[in-house]
Design a protein around this ligand. Structure first.
Ligand code: NAD
Length: 359
């Protein structure tokens, strides 16, 4: 495991992908090729320039372009591929499902074909080491209504949203390329992530940044939906463990044992801000007063909760952060690293991109 590999990470400019890239460049000897087309969710500022160097390379490629995807894969000939690039926001998938079908399903197909061409051109020794690791979500399992059950690796798929349906389809494609063509595949299904560099449309950063601006904090329905939260750096470490040590053909569930209702999450953020922000926005005495209940999202799943026993037993991975410690670090990061999110809120983060603005 100490030998230097070339790892191709797709979606490395996104929230979780950038955490993986930061972890690999900081704490491993491996080379990283970051393949990303920089949608609105991609932000190269999430990989601090201090980490760039000879071991890091960025390739601006759209997975929907099969030829460009194959070119980059065959140019770098990675020892393993970690596939995170996706359209990832459930609300956007309800308003515009087409991009989700395109990138999450067709894009994954294009990457699988490129990986298979590479795999078939490798020596038998290199083939034994090669891995295609597909990063997915626990939302493929549907929801756990009125039960105390947990999702396991054998829970049947029952996705509810266009997002989770497109992820479910891509999981099936990846497993089929394993069974049919012998590509050494790995699939991980993870619960909700949170942490630094999270795009502000997602619940936790949205609440932090709205609160800091004195804006309402929208909570769907009564806020009673339950999610299992995992700190993003813990997910990044789990993904690297699975990539380097997981058994081909296997699926691993990843979760934080942190089941919280959405309203409890929002209240915890308000309480942390109440402690840490002495200069409140005009007219705000208590951050909790900003909480506003809004109409529920269609098809909203009631509860997700994951059994991460297999990855803990087989690979020895465990989350390092509790929800309280992770949330506290997250709030502190948004209070400190204001430049990152100010550029995102203003749209400036799209200006200094390789290949031009506003892609
Ligand atoms: P994100 O939206 O923050 O990042 C996605 C990245 O993929 C962006 O950098 C974007 O530019 C890139 N991308 C999108 N379409 C592309 C295309 N066609 N070609 C090349 N690059 C493209 O997403 P995230 O939250 O970091 O999630 C990463 C992966 O993890 C996704 O596959 C998601 O389904 C999965 N996942 C996310 C969570 C979560 O809580 N965020 C939980 C479990 C699994």
């Amino acid at each position: 495991q100490s030998d230097e590999k070339t790892l191709l990470v797709t979606g490395g400019a996104g929230f979780i992908g950038s955490a993986v890239v930061r972890e690999l460049l900081s704490n491993s000897p491996h080379r990283v090729v970051n393949l990303d087309c920089l949608t609105y969710a991609g932000n190269l500022a999430s990989i601090p320039t201090g980490l760039h160097g000879e071991r890091y390379c960025f390739e601006r490629v759209d997975l929907n372009d099969a030829a460009a995807t194959a070119n980059v894969v065959l140019k770098h000939r990675p020892d393993a591929i970690l596939h995170l690039a996706a359209e990832s926001h459930v609300d956007r998938s309800i308003d515009g499902p087409g991009a989700f079908v395109q990138t999450n399903i067709v894009g994954t197909f294009n990457l699988l074909q490129a990986a298979l061409t590479l795999f078939q051109s490798m020596s038998p020794a290199a083939q034994t080491e090669f891995r295609f690791h597909h990063v997915s979500t626990d939302e493929v399992y549907g929801d756990l209504v009125g039960t105390t059950d947990l999702f396991t690796e054998t829970t049947p798929y029952a996705p509810s949203s266009p997002y989770s349906a497109s992820k479910a389809a891509s999981d099936h494609l990846v497993r089929a390329w394993g069974r049919t063509y012998g590509l050494p595949t790995l699939v991980t299904n993870c619960s909700n992530n949170y942490g630094p560099y999270h795009f502000p449309e997602k619940l936790i950063p949205h609440v932090i940044l709205n609160a800091l601006q004195g804006k309402p904090l929208p909570v769907y329905g009564q806020g009673l939906q339950i999610r299992d939260w995992l700190y993003v750096a813990d997910h990044a470490r789990a993904l690297i463990q699975v990539l380097l040590r997981g058994h081909p053909g296997e699926t691993y569930n990843i979760g934080g044992h942190n089941e919280k209702t959405n309203i409890a999450v929002v209240e915890s953020i308000c309480d942390l801000l109440q402690e840490r922000v002495p200069n409140r926005p005009a007219g705000v005495r208590q951050f909790r007063d900003l909480i506003t209940f809004v109409a529920d999202r269609p098809g909203h799943d009631a509860r997700y909760a994951i059994d991460a026993g297999k990855i803990e037993r087989e690979l020895g991975w465990r989350p390092e952060e509790s929800f309280d410690s992770g949330l506290s670090k997250t709030v502190d990061w948004y209070l400190t690293d204001e430049d990152w999110w100010q550029d995102v809120l203003s749209g400036d983060y799209q200006l200094n991109r390789i290949g031009g603005a506003g892609a």
